[in-house]
Design a protein around this ligand. Structure first.
Ligand SMILES: *Cc1c(COP(=O)(O)O)cnc(C)c1O
Length: 395
């Protein structure tokens, strides 16, 4: 074990099985450990660092804001929050946005916004339908709609009124709809659950149910959003617009910030002063990071670049699946893809990730039998080639 790690690790609560490496700095699509060894990064800090490391414009925007004004509280308007909100609205197709500190908080707020909508309309609806294999965060509300027993069981009883349908199985959703259903929540492209892309038909089917019954559709785009799938948000690619959506991870390029946003039709009947709040959420630094990130995404056509490199990555992974017996298939789209692996041949995803680390590549699993690829969106084809070469050697 690294000496620095040995000397300092005692204080942390052991909630992560951390890789045996101490990262020191980053540049472009590479990270460097304390010994100066480079790592090609196909994890991007869990799909966060989409503009790569050391983006000067984002860094300058945050640094300048620190010197100007770090914090005010949301009782006071400032020169950055309104602009960031308008940029989020423009990119997401939503009309009203609430900034949070994280993806989990964005989902909490979205669930509360849906409950408030039903409350104010007097419909008596309060139940949520969520998806199996979903992931929405670790706080009580978010974990209550997360479809993995292992994340839920130790913390039960959770928020009541949640039921789980099968992802991409519309009949299983229909079977759970009652006159008490308040909202249906899903990731258009599931991340933690193994990189599962919703079909346009499934999305449209849910949209139709929601429109017919007066139910709200919530899309959690915390991982798949902000250009990663080749569209600014994945729902745009699938052609089905939600009523409420959540974002975080890449929206601040590494600065801790998230948001939930909604259409005007929902906002009109939803959260009002006193209903919801956050001390830090959307503070000036966070908003400066969001504005800079979205500006660069749009100006440099980053989603388009993600689509192009994503196609190249898909072709390479398909080749791997055809030639390497440990690779069973490919999933996902854009720069959010995965391969299913035969764990009998190569071990579980964690073991493969550890081998890759030794060879200078960072990848993460999405369940034991899927290796996930969520690199910075600014990677080029040569980085894909480098990744494939290393990974093939690990499988
Ligand atoms: C990471 C993630 C979250 C939780 O975000 P945090 O910032 O860790 O709270 C929620 N939903 C999805 C889809 C995620 O990938």
């Amino acid at each position: 074990m690294n000496k620095y790690m040995e000397d300092t690790k005692g204080g942390l609560l052991h909630t992560y099985n951390q890789f045996p490496v101490v990262l020191d700095r980053g540049e472009g699509v590479y990270l460097y450990d304390t010994e100066g060894k480079p790592y090609l990064d196909f994890a991007a800090g869990y799909a966060v660092c989409s503009l790569g490391y050391g983006n000067k414009e984002v860094n300058d925007a945050i640094k300048n804001q620190i010197d100007k004004l770090m914090h005010t509280s949301n009782l006071y308007y400032n020169t950055v929050c309104g602009e960031a909100a308008l940029k989020v609205c423009k990119a997401s197709g939503m009309d009203r946005v609430f900034f949070t500190n994280s993806g989990g908080e964005a989902n909490e707020g979205a669930l509360k916004a849906a409950r408030k909508y039903a409350y104010k309309k007097g419909t008596g609806r309060y139940e949520f339908i969520a998806m199996r294999e979903s992931f929405h965060g670790r706080s009580f509300g978010a974990v209550s709609v997360t479809g993995h027993d292992s994340y839920r069981e130790p913390f039960e009883p959770l928020v009541p009124g949640v039921q789980f349908a099968e992802f991409n199985d519309l009949d299983s959703v229909k079977a759970l709809v009652t006159d008490k259903t308040c909202a249906i929540i899903l990731e258009p492209l599931q991340g933690e659950g193994g990189i599962n892309l919703a079909t346009p038909e499934f999305m449209q089917g849910i949209r139709d149910i929601c429109d017919k019954e007066g139910i709200l559709m919530i899309c959690d785009e915390v991982q798949c959003g902000v250009g990663r799938t080749g569209a600014m948000f994945c729902w745009q690619k699938l052609g089905v617009k939600p009523d409420i959506m959540c974002m975080a991870k890449a929206i601040g390029s590494g600065f801790p910030v998230g948001a939930f946003a909604m259409t005007e039709a929902v906002a009109e009947y939803s959260l009002e002063p006193g209903d919801h709040g956050t001390t830090y959420g959307g503070n000036p630094m966070a908003c400066a990071a969001v504005s800079a990130t979205l500006e660069i995404m749009e100006r440099d056509n980053i989603p388009q670049h993600a689509a192009e490199i994503g196609e190249y990555l898909a072709a390479k992974l398909d080749q791997m699946a055809a030639s390497n017996p440990a690779v069973l298939g490919r999933k996902g789209t854009g720069l959010m893809q995965g391969i299913t692996i035969d764990t009998e041949i190569c071990g579980a995803s964690g073991a493969v990730a550890n081998k890759a680390l030794e060879k200078g590549l960072l990848v993460i699993g999405a369940g034991a039998d899927v290796i996930r690829f969520v690199p910075p969106l600014v990677i080029e084809k040569e980085h894909v080639d480098e990744m494939v070469e290393i990974l093939n050697a690990c499988l």
